[in-house]
Ligand binder design. Structure first.
Ligand code: SF4
Ligand SMILES: [Zn+2]
Length: 175
């Protein structure tokens, strides 16, 4: 999963195809790595290719639309195989009106599903749960190692590209 501002502990995330991918790969609009429009398009295509192979695209899209329709939210990143602009054309999913148990680990999500900003007690409970979830899942170490390797390779490609840009053309090559 890319670093995910709208991250919520939902079971389907275990099957997300983007697990372990570099965070900035799914956020081309931040322009850290996509410096031209072509690079932006390439990065969008690369992220969408991951989503195309993902078994939980529908869950991801619904969750993202719900999150983004909440109070004080804005759209960002490639989620559910769509860019922020493409998601903006879709209607928000129905709000949930289930009662909220404040301070419960799923309370913050219940707030968002109602279009509210979560209260402090619910945000704290969610953060605690997410930390435990990340640190204690059986394959936590594997996932961290895999993510570190993918991220290292991604950063190296970015550095190589930057270096290529700055290397003057060897006149020998032009003959
Ligand atoms: S649809 Fe894309 S962003 Fe959503 S979980 Fe799957 S790969 Fe990740
Ligand atoms: Zn609450």
């Amino acid at each position: 999963m890319p670093l995910f501002v709208s991250f919520q502990p939902e079971p389907w995330r275990d099957r997300a195809a983007c697990t372990g991918t570099p965070p900035d790969m799914f956020f081309p609009e931040i322009r850290v790595t996509a410096r031209t429009l072509d690079e932006y398009d390439e990065q969008v295509a690369a992220a969408k290719a991951v989503c195309d192979d993902c078994p939980v695209t529908a869950d991801c899209l619904t969750s993202t639309l719900r999150y983004e329709s909440g109070a004080g939210r804005y759209r960002h990143g490639i989620f559910g195989g769509l860019t922020p602009d493409e998601r903006a054309l879709l209607p928000a999913p129905e709000r949930e009106v289930a009662p909220i148990r404040h301070g419960d680990r799923f309370g913050a999500q219940a707030h968002r599903n109602r279009g509210e900003v979560p209260c402090g007690a619910c945000l704290d409970a969610e953060a605690r749960y997410q930390k435990v979830w990340r640190d204690t899942r059986p394959d936590a170490a594997d996932r961290r190692a895999q993510a570190a390797e993918v991220t290292r390779a991604w950063r190296q490609r970015q550095r190589d590209a930057l270096y290529d840009d700055r290397t003057p053309t060897d006149p020998e090559d032009e003959r």
